[in-house]
Design a protein around this ligand. Structure first.
Ligand code: PGA
Length: 268
């Protein structure tokens, strides 16, 4: 039986002091009782301070990205070895924003190179995270143009296949995949629930092909893209949606607590 999971991706928001207050207020709103996996994903600079809280509180720590080399002349990058020092439990890989795709603002081709995440680099990152015992949260999702061209399932399948290339089923039992349609991220437009459920069940089918049936049934598949207190319960009650990856709404401690309560209500 899969348990629910809610992750709050703060993106480039909050100083470390503000982040600390956010987590404390969230814990107060939950009366320190958090019976499911809740992950906070602050910007790198806040990780040491938030890691302190995570050591004593029922929340886990995630990072927003990672580089696949351990050390060396890679200005501005952060390695899994460095994240491991702060006991990061999880790390996002393949978020559409690190792939250079944004819900509202499509960056010109010349700029995408500055973000430059590809299926190949995502694959390298996943392997390195696993080496350090950090659980990757693989984000997949189609752009609006891809959806309108009827390519949603094809795009998702090829992103999963590329990301997991060369990994054995035995390495994938604790896999987390977040289905995040790019057009729903930060736009206030949520993918309607039956369609979110349909794509998440597709993700499970692809995992069964890429790995095996056990991996597919154990993997936690999250929905992300304008999750808010008002839609979380319906989304998380779907059979193939095991929780949410929450951006904007994770910045409000009370709203984030409401979303976590929805996950608990939907089946803990
Ligand atoms: P959003 O972002 O909840 O603000 O749409 C989700 C995400 O990017 O993970």
């Amino acid at each position: 039986m899969r348990s629910k999971l809610v992750a709050g991706n703060w993106k480039m928001n909050k100083t470390s002091a503000e982040g600390e207050a956010l987590v404390e207020q969230f814990l107060d709103a939950m009366n320190d009782h958090v019976p499911i996996d809740v992950i906070v994903i602050p910007p790198y600079l806040s990780i040491p301070r938030i890691a302190e809280i995570c050591r004593r509180a029922p929340v886990k720590l995630g990072a927003q990205d990672v580089f696949w080399m351990d050390e060396g002349a890679f200005t501005s990058r952060v390695s899994a070895k460095q994240l491991h020092e702060f006991c990061a439990d999880y790390c996002l890989v393949g978020h559409s924003e690190t792939r250079g795709k944004f819900g509202q603002l499509e960056v010109p081709e010349t700029t995408v190179g500055y973000f430059a995440e590809t299926d190949e680099t995502i694959n390298l990152k996943i392997k390195k995270l696993m080496f350090y015992g950090i659980k990757p949260i693989l984000c997949v999702g189609e752009t609006l143009a891809e959806r309108e061209a009827g390519k949603t399932d094809e795009v998702i399948a090829s992103q999963i296949r590329g990301a997991l290339d060369g990994l054995e089923a035995a390495e994938l039992y604790e896999l987390i995949v977040a289905y995040e349609p790019v057009w729903a991220i930060g736009t206030g437009v949520t993918c309607d629930t039956p369609e979110a459920q349909r794509v998440c069940s597709q993700v499970r089918l692809v995992l069964a092909e890429v790995a095996d049936a056990d991996v597919a049934s154990n993997a936690r598949i999250l929905y992300g893209g304008s999750v808010k207190p008002g839609n979380a319960l319906e989304l998380f009650s779907q059979p193939d949606i095991d929780g949410g990856l929450v951006g904007g709404a994770s910045l409000d401690p009370k709203g984030f607590a409401d979303i976590v309560r929805s996950a608990i209500q939907a089946g803990g």
